[in-house]
Write a protein that binds this ligand. Structure first.
Ligand code: GLU
Length: 488
């Protein structure tokens, strides 16, 4: 049960996947609601029928669920509330605060171009403002469709206190009579948003600052309908590290794509919370409950926030290391399964064992999978740079052969036994340990970096290890005859 009267909403349009900017808005609303023990509502603004889809609605809901941003009410769908908007428009028509506009798109376009040529912004001329009831009837009888415009007094001053941006002031003459219902009978955003925010008892409208310029219009709708005006808090823009508009180029993708890349919801929530808000100058890592406890709109900054994917990776790595290990293991297994690995065929203890090797070393599950593929795949894929650096070297074939002999004679394939055997071999051959380990690592993992070699050998097992060494030796013979000649 809510303990305060605070009610906020997240109102995305389901016309695309949920991106970083929108989800930050959702998160700030959610944190504000939870901090104040208020109500968090989800409302889908889907009146743009052509661009809205159920698939996007599902993605939005899935993204919020995955991040743990639970809603108290909704989802409401504007497409199911059209009657409410019609009633509001009709109230405004009856009270004379709005009027029907029969201007055709061509007419309006011509006007727009004329004004543009003069370097002016479009403001409706007010042509249909004073049509008589007879004229209206006449036009309607001819079947001409009309939009509805709010009648705006150009001298009316609109002032409001934005919680983030402070006092905002604008005269209505800046935008003139604007459309609240299109000629197809659908409400515009500025009408529907006001009707719904009022009907849903929204106390605080928290949204991106791209809507700052819509707010004066909405305030006029509130006034015309006689509704109480909520408080507004507009959130700063999010930019890439190069200070340009945030895009995929910056690694900023949809929430579900971040999920597919193996990021943890805990890290994403922590990271997004700091895009435009900070409780102090230094704190970075905050648990969900700490975020709720400390969150305040008063500390939201006006200046643009910077989305830095390397910071997200760092933060994700932190959560990988610091969440309960079993939890990370379970999620990693789930991630591997959804990435197409037939995990059910693997021995669970073995699987947990190899994941444990990588928890400290990976920043997300995609990286972890990349590092562990050589365990899961039947065949090893060589990285060219690794081959050049450690395989195509003098005496490598000889050394690999010696390693294979040593390992095949080994009964005990545990880490200490492996270490003893391989160190012994290096000594016998009179070479540095690295001269054995580096080529061996490339031979069995395909890479120059891996978890500790004895762990790798242990988990790969004797049979697969020997097969891979054999494969590497054949590969060397095939790819370099001079190397083959060096084989004694
Ligand atoms: N549907 C609008 C959007 O996605 C909502 C803006 C608002 O919160 O008022 O931008």
């Amino acid at each position: 049960m809510p303990k305060s009267n605070i009610r906020v909403r997240f109102a995305p349009s389901p016309t695309g996947a949920l991106h970083v900017g929108s989800v930050r808005t959702a998160l700030f609303n959610w944190l504000f609601a939870r901090h104040n023990q208020g109500v968090f509502i989800l409302r889908l603004e889907d009146t743009d029928v052509a661009r809205s889809s159920q698939e996007f609605t599902r993605q939005i809901i899935d993204s919020l669920n995955w991040l743990g941003l639970d809603t108290d009410e909704g989802p409401y769908f504007q497409s199911q509330r059209l009657e409410l908007y019609r009633q509001a428009v009709s109230q405004l028509l009856i009270s004379g605060r709005a009027y029907k506009c029969f201007c055709t798109p061509e007419e309006l376009d011509a006007q727009r171009q004329r004004l543009r040529a003069e370097g002016k912004a479009f403001i409706y001329s007010g042509k249909c403002r004073s049509l008589s009831p007879e004229q209206i009837k006449d036009l309607e009888q001819k079947g001409i469709k009309s939009a509805v415009r709010l009648k705006v007094d150009p001298d009316e001053m609109i002032t409001f206190e934005d919680i983030v941006f402070g006092t905002i002031q604008m005269t209505a003459g800046k935008f003139g009579d604007f459309i609240i219902q299109r000629s197809d009978g659908l409400p515009t955003y500025n009408l529907a948003v006001v009707v719904d925010d009022h009907a849903m008892g929204i106390t605080h409208v928290i949204r991106g600052d791209d809507h700052l310029s819509n707010t004066p219009k909405q305030i006029l709708v509130y006034r015309a309908l006689g509704y109480e005006i909520p408080q507004f808090a507009h959130l700063p823009l999010i930019l890439g590290p190069d200070r340009t508009r945030l895009s995929k180029r910056h690694g900023a993708t949809s929430v579900l794509e971040l999920k597919d890349q193996g990021f943890l919801p805990e890290a994403i929530v922590n990271f997004l919370a700091l895009l435009g808000w900070a409780p102090d100058e230094t704190t970075q890592i905050m648990s969900r409950s700490e975020l709720i406890r400390r969150f305040s709109l008063k500390q939201v900054s006006r200046s643009a926030a910077v989305f830095d994917i390397t910071k997200l990776l760092w933060m994700n790595g932190y959560y990988m290391r610091n969440l309960p290990q079993q939890e990370i293991i379970n999620r990693a297994i789930e991630f591997f399964a959804t990435s197409g690995y037939d995990i059910a065929r693997c021995d669970r203890t073995w699987l947990e064992g190899i994941i444990r090797l990588e928890i400290e070393r990976s920043k997300n599950f995609a990286e972890m999978l990349e590092h562990l593929r050589f365990f899961l795949d039947e065949e090893v894929r060589y990285e060219q740079s690794a081959v050049d650096k450690h395989l195509k070297k003098e005496n490598v074939d000889l050394r690999l052969r010696k390693v294979a002999e040593t390992l095949s004679a080994l009964e005990d394939f545990t880490q200490p036994a492996l270490e003893k055997a391989l160190r012994g071999l290096a000594e016998n051959l009179g070479v540095k340990f690295g001269h054995i380990v580096h080529p061996l690592r490339v031979a069995i993992t395909g890479r120059t970096a891996s978890p500790g070699i004895f762990d790798v050998l242990h988990f790969l097992g004797k049979e697969r290890t020997l097969k891979r060494i054999q494969f590497a030796r054949q590969f060397l013979i095939k790819s370099d005859d001079s190397n083959a000649e060096m084989t004694p």
